[in-house]
Design a binder for this molecule. Sequence first.
Ligand SMILES: Nc1ncnc2c1ncn2[C@@H]1O[C@H](COP(=O)(O)OP(=O)(O)OP(=O)(O)O)[C@@H](O)[C@H]1O
Ligand SMILES: [Mg+2]
Length: 349
Amino acid sequence: MIVTFTANPSLDRTVALPGPLARGEVQRAVSVSQESGGKGVNVSRALVASGLETIAVLPGAENDPVLAGLLHDGVPFAALPIEQPLRTNVALTEPGGVTTKINEPGPIMDADQQEALIGLLLERARGASWVVMAGSLPPGFPADFYATVTRRLRSGAGSGAGIGADGGAPLIAVDSSGGPLVAAVSGPSPDGTAQHGTSQNGVSGKPDLLKPNAEELAELAAAAGFATASTADELEADPEAAAAAAAAVVRSGVGAVLATLGSKGAVLVTADGAWLATHPPVAAVSTVGAGDSSLAGYLLAHGQGAAPADCLRQAVAHGAAAASLPGSTVPAVHQTTPDAVTITALRKD
Ligand SMILES: Nc1ncnc2c1ncn2[C@@H]1O[C@H](COP(=O)(O)OP(=O)(O)OP(=O)(O)O)[C@@H](O)[C@H]1O
Ligand SMILES: [Mg+2]
């Protein structure tokens, strides 16, 4: 069982415009579609597409349209009831493909609700092989929320010792950006006060797997001073530089880094090695959610006992297939072409 956790899910509405977006004017939409989204939800959706057991843990009132959408799509979920509606994210698409996105911040949840959400996750994570925490955090959540939850999952706080598969802690994957990403992996601040991802009472808050894209890896490297700053474009163009930045993250105590590099494929760095995976060019139709599909592909292969390089292979096969499908449509494993992926071993440092 793979449990995903989405603290800030959304109803993703896509509004197709007949022409370019005209600021300040009234325009009529050609078509409107909507889908329940959020990064953890997308990972669950991709796992369901391949027949894997998963549950998406999230907040949401019983009658919230996000939950109705998940029910409709057959994505299993466990929701913490809240009074406020979840957010709606709007994408305005123009005929040429230009897209303008407006993302709402999300509902306000007080400390008690945040604690209840963690409680629901701890309960559902019992017996899980992986917990995937993904996406942004709603307003008011502390930036180190993921590190805190990681420690709680590992120490089994509130649920007795050991809550994962075989009574051990589940493996933990994090896919986020900005403050929550940095706090999930950064060490103590220079004055020693902030502990963030580092160990407290001997329990590390750092993930077993981190899934940044090039932009997030650059952000992380710059914030943590891990490597000489590279831009996202430089990391996409130079997989060895991406591997070096990812290796610094691994040396800081993260189990493995799966850094996706858009059309350039992805690199995986573990304590034992570094690999680059590339897929022959595909006609990219929509890369929305490609990274979430990559993570699902990695977890799918991992669950089958695949070696690290083959988990990376399936991640890139899933990503390429997702990019070739419209909208945020996620591929099933039979729609992917892992045999077309080329794996190259890289120097780690
Ligand atoms: N233009 C493209 N052509 C081919 N494959 C692509 C393209 N864009 C993305 N991919 C595939 O999808 C994977 C993930 O892409 P990317 O690095 O853009 O993720 P991301 O930015 O995390 O995406 P998101 O957060 O929107 O899900 C890549 O490793 C690659 O396999
Ligand atoms: Mg992403």
